[in-house]
Write a protein that binds this ligand. Sequence first.
Ligand SMILES: *[C@@H]1O[C@H](CO)[C@@H](O)[C@H](O)[C@H]1NC(C)=O
Ligand SMILES: CC(=O)N[C@H]1CO[C@H](CO)[C@@H](O)[C@@H]1O
Length: 926
Amino acid sequence: MAELALSAVSAVSAALVLVGEVLTFLDWEVNRQKDVRDDVQRIRHWLSTVQASLEHMDGKEGDDDILKDRVSQVRDLAYDIEDVLDEFRVHVPIKFHRHRISKYAEGYIHPFKHWNALHKMSSKIQSIKRTMDGIITLDRFRFISLEEGSSSGAQVELYHATPKEDDMVGFEGYKDTLINLLVGDSMSDGLMHIWVVGIGGSGKTFLVKNVYEGKEIWKEYDCHAWIRVSRSCKINEVLRSMLKKLCKVRKQSDLLGLDDEGVRDKLKSYLQQRRYLLVLDDVWREDDWKSLVYALPQGSGGSKIILTSPKHDLAKSCVGSSDYILEIKGLDWKKACELFCKKAFPSNEGRCPRELEEWSQKIVTKCEGLPLAIAALGSLLSKKSQIPIEWKKLHDNIGSEIYSDSNLAIISRILLPSYKDLSNILKNCFLYFSIFPEDYSIARERLIRLWIAEGFIKERVGKTLEDVAEDYLNELIGRNLVVVSKWDFDGRVSICRVQNLIREFIILKSKEENFVKVLAESDSSSSTGYKIRRLSIHHSKTRWSDMSGLRCVRSLFIFEWGDSFHSRIRKFLQHLKLVRSLDLEGAHLAEFPEEIVELTLLRYLSLRGTKVATVPKSIKKLAYLETLDLKHTYVNKLPFEIYALKFLRHLLVYHYNFKNYVAFDSVQGVEIPEGVQGLSVIQKLSLINTTKHKKLIEELKILVELRKLGLIGLKEEDGRALCASIKEMRKLLTLDVRSSHKEEYIELDHMDDNPPSILQRLYLKGSLRKIPGWISSLHSLVRIGLRWSRLESSPLEDLQDLPNLMELQMVDAYAGDTLEFKSETFKKLKFLHLEQIDRLNTVIVEAKAMPKLEKLTICKCEKMEMLPLYINNLTKLQELLVYDMHNNFINRLKKNSEFRDMIEHIPVIHSYTLKCNQYWSLQNFS
Ligand SMILES: *[C@@H]1O[C@H](CO)[C@@H](O)[C@H](O)[C@H]1NC(C)=O
Ligand SMILES: CC(=O)N[C@H]1CO[C@H](CO)[C@@H](O)[C@@H]1O
């Protein structure tokens, strides 16, 4: 029951929002359309009643078939209503959005078309009304006579525990074994395969990751990489990503030109002379294993390949005499309880109160030793009130097929309570992960923008939709339902995914809910009998013949592009009518498909990474657009019509031309005409080329919602206007300012006493006479980048007391020869990057300077022959990476050097040298 209710509730509430918008329009039409208006009013009333009933029964048990059937009828009818209203909106000249109306000049010239649309809507509404009346008469009693009970989970409660994968309960023994195999005495001459096997959810990946990321093992190897293989992998792609990760250099463009054979050759020659460590995570098929192993050379003595697999027999048939199998068994009883209590009673130091012992044990028994399940249930219970009856309730919900050996069955029944506990909004956000392919990690910001475009997120006082959405994401992570694949340097989520078993679970749920239709390799379209709202294409060879089924699709994702697909995309677009999110990232598109501008309800459009170079004037038709993502395309100019997009929140346009080193011109921005004040709700605007349109700089001051601003092509004389504008942007978090030439000064001194006080990231590129005084007052600043500043005096004095600074990047930022990091300064700094500081010969680190520094990178500081003085004082340093440094400098890194004592404590020391201006050659001094 509860399952079906979610899609019905979502459909009903989406329809209600639309009804509201359409009514606003009809009101505005001064009652000319009274009949239609009354009908729409009635629909609104019906939807509200239904919504209340549905919410009432949400979460209740019951398998009354008639009721189920009713609910699905309600859902389908709500979809119909949504479709009718959306079709109407496509044709009307007024654009309404979250209760705001914007008169939209162009379309208004066609009153006839609009009359037609109204007429069409009116007749369709008549038939909807008939169905609606049918459902009401049949069901008058059912909707009200539902059993009474406590309601739960309606309000989102924020879950603040920061998830850290550091609890290794039950894994200590495995961990020791694995580390022993990887370091120290067991360094045999040959290549060794270590298989880590265990059923899904047993924690094998978790174990290997924990060992792999404990950097002490890295120093034994020249290079290392973590590669996901998975069930649906393509070997050539896997090898390519392996090469990318191993040749951990900045110039990736080389790889683009390589064919598959070339990739293999390069991989072989790269690894031949190195001691390497590779993790191949989640290997399923013997053929995959064979092809991968065949492509990998022996390496120099002691290389290791760790393979994780759910298939024990596969490991058995693949191992040779010098290889090793580590089998992960489920947690034993004691460890299972320990992990469970740690998760369930975090505030009680993992101790279980006596009155809950019985139910704790019963619940743990159901988890069959699977850490994934134990952690999820424990986290769920930590948020429940700690009374036995609550716990019993959960226990009874877990389901009872004890003798099932399918992991999915186990996980499903264990996850079900966690799932049921989510509010409807969170359920939608969670199910959204079923759109993405297996092993796909998605960037936080993209995910959030998509959730917003879907309409999942509701505004809250004092917060942007983006903030609210981020809270939801953190909550899913806190509940162990979503895992973080990578953290940002400042502790926020960078990319995330769901684990495979959890993904299988949400795919099941998503099917029940008709949430998304996924087309994978083996699928071809068949008429599904219901309206598809979201379509996700995972394989370029899928066939889709039912073009009419596309008409009601609201979101379309294409994750794999083959040549044949490219020719069909335009056909696809022609059949989409009501789509809101269109994600064509990475498509082989050379131009902006003109069909897109007819999709006038679009809110989210991504053409990221395509070869599109121009955006047509007709873009103005997309009046609802909120996100326009043109990153890494060739677009370098936008038409004036972009300003018709009144609801645009994120405009991202830039691409990099990265060579071996950052160069002044390695990024390309976009020109926009004057008139930018039209984008009054914009939050992200980057990177704007102001070379030709100087008035823009002044106009920017209207954009008070800006969170991120990137400008390029500035002159010294623009400084005053720029400061005046920035002063108005009280919400600015990221500021990126670049001058027109290396020699051109950036002038930012006119901020008076009103700097952007909550700024977190600041990048300045171009000459500076001095560090603007207000910068040292930026208490929230976490990252600063100074490029080509060529300051006469050291910038460190001005930056050293910034209380939250974690990252400092300096590229040609200083004209002097000595950088002195004073005692007790840079207290939070974790990353320091020094590059192309031409005269620099001495770096001094006084005692207690940069006490938290983890990574130090020094690139091409050619006069620098000595190691930083007192580098031994940087006790937290994990990595020292140097690129193209003087030979004398490099010699001092060597094991037999008399300076070696200074750096012996650093786990990873790598030196790269550019050979023939082409590839980076590595020397490992770890
Ligand atoms: C900015 O625009 C000017 C022309 O107006 C162009 O010459 C320059 O290359 C552009 N710069 C960037 C970085 O996009
Ligand atoms: C706090 C600290 O470790 N200080 C040391 C910094 O390096 C110098 C030179 O090696 C030592 O004398 C200090 O004791």
